[in-house]
Design a binder for this molecule. Structure first.
Ligand code: HEC
Length: 460
């Protein structure tokens, strides 16, 4: 009998590149305890990364990474059609939503490893490589945010880089190295473009390969329950069931990203205008919680803490402190509840931030100016200091815009201070008209923010 065509191809390749043992190596990975849905997240993360690579390369064909071309080229991509199919917008949508989906998947993957104690001996090094991959994901998200060069991109990055600048001693150096100077301009864009499209992809490939090599050496952690003999009994190989589960997971991710890209194409705001200091910046949603935390503990202190730095250090040292071999989440209540509480905190802070952005999306310059007049004529200065002038009964309001109160909170504060502070000596300004209250809220929430976040940096 003649071997069928595909078999002849396999024969041919096997003789030359020993493809059979390669397939054997890739597919016959033993899974202690058998195939599981819980194992699909790693593959889904990889798949979302592949989406980013493919769509990223496609975008790079038409993107121009200089301030005079970036916005135009993204605008061009948004209008690029083959026939009636808006390919440009779709590809950009895939890349945009792919990033968010990837951040979420990485989060789930991390959470899973944490809760199941899969970072424990002998997988500490694999965990560390995972932490590097997490950091790369965050840097990719951060650098990608600037590339469209619209108002949101520009001001979001101004805030982000300023936050790095607050870190003591090294902060200013990091900030100007990243920006390529004191201000944010052409050099910043080309730095971010090079990091995003050249440095990160190579690092991603390298560290991902390392993650996999280590994975194949130490093997999957397997379920936390069950004796070695039980696990051995239920053992399966990667192929076929796990391959099928992973493929379905990836298909789900593809459908999810495609749906988001079609239904919610990413917008493009007006071209970045460095002179528009009344623009109220918002970071990408996955950084929201950090900014919310910064608002709560005031930037100066938070700068010392350097939230992401602290989180990163914690992740790096974690497996070296939590060394007990126990992996069951039910027997590690302290660790598991700490993780769940932090997750809860991150979610609450993120929702809080999103809610806070809405009422204050854009500061209206004329309303701010009218609000200042109301402020000056209502006796606020008797108790509050603004930029060194005024009384000391109440808190200094020079940076009130950074505290992050919503418009609603401020309006309540003006007419019913006791609602927030039962002992408040602040009078109820019920005689003010609703328009005046509105203008006053605009003014107060602009304080410290009009030139925010960096009044000292020269505009590029
Ligand atoms: C009699 C003094 C007094 C006057 C007048 C006054 N305030 Fe206050 N205000 C306070 C004090 C004290 C607080 C601190 C909280 C408390 O105990 O009520 C405060 C708190 C605030 C806060 C909240 C600060 C924060 O983030 O916690 C805002 C905003 C504010 N005042 C705005 C105004 C504005 C606007 C006016 C003028 C319309 C005004 N205040 C007039 C005394 C005063």
């Amino acid at each position: 009998m003649h071997p069928s065509r595909p078999n002849r191809l396999v024969e041919y390749l096997d003789e030359r590149i020993r493809v059979r043992s390669l397939m054997q190596f890739l597919l016959a990975e033993p899974m202690p305890g058998g195939a599981r849905w819980a194992y699909i997240f790693g593959s889904m993360v990889l798949f979302s990364l592949i989406i980013q690579f493919v769509t990223g390369v496609m975008l790079a064909f038409d993107y121009g990474g200089t301030p005079d071309h970036a916005w135009d080229s993204v605008n061009y991509i948004d209008h690029l059609k083959y026939g009636t199919l808006p390919v440009g917008r779709l590809i950009r949508g895939f890349h945009y939503w792919g990033a968010s989906v990837m951040v979420i998947l990485v989060g789930i993957h991390l959470l899973q490893v944490f809760i199941w104690g899969a970072y424990k001996r002998p997988r500490e090094v694999m965990w560390l490589v995972g932490v590097v991959l997490l950091a790369l994901t965050m840097v990719a998200a951060f650098t990608g945010y600037l590339l469209p060069w619209d108002e949101r991109a520009y001001w979001g990055t101004i805030v982000g880089t300023n936050m790095m600048g607050i870190i003591p001693v090294v902060g200013p150096v990091i900030k100007s190295a990243i920006r390529g100077g004191t201000g944010l301009g052409a050099l910043t864009l080309s730095h971010f473009f090079a990091i995003h499209t050249m440095v990160l992809p190579s690092l991603f490939i390298g560290f991902f390969a390392l993650h996999m090599v280590i994975f194949r050496r130490v093997g999957p952690a397997g379920p936390f329950r069950g004796s070695p003999s039980e696990l051995e009994e239920k053992k399966e190989y990667f192929y076929p069931r796990q391959v099928l589960m992973d493929s379905l997971g990836m298909l789900f991710i593809f459908i999810l990203v495609a749906t988001l890209a079609v239904l919610f194409p990413p917008g493009l705001e007006a071209m970045a205008n460095p002179a528009n200091s009344s623009y109220s910046p918002t970071p990408a949603w996955y950084f929201d919680w950090i900014f919310e935390l910064l608002k709560m503990i005031r930037p100066e202190i938070a700068g010392v803490l350097g939230v992401p730095l602290i989180v990163g250090i914690l992740l790096v040292v974690w497996p070296f402190f939590d060394k007990s071999p126990e992996r069951s989440p039910y027997k590690r209540p302290v660790v598991v509840s700490t993780i769940l509480l932090s997750l809860g905190l991150i979610i609450v802070l993120s929702l809080e931030a999103e809610a806070g952005y809405k009422p204050m999306v854009a500061l209206d310059r004329t309303a701010m100016a009218r609000g200042k007049i109301v402020f000056d004529h209502s006796g606020c200065m008797g108790c509050h200091m603004v930029d060194g002038k005024g009384g000391k009964v109440g808190p200094d309001l020079s940076e009130e815009g950074l505290v992050g109160h919503s418009e609603h909170w401020l309006k309540v504060q003006f007419v019913n201070s006791k609602a927030h502070f039962p002992q408040s000596p602040m009078p109820d300004f019920t005689f003010l008209k609703p328009e005046q209250i509105h203008d006053l809220a605009q003014y107060v929430s602009s304080l410290g923010r009009a030139g925010w976040p960096d009044p000292t940096a020269p505009t590029p």
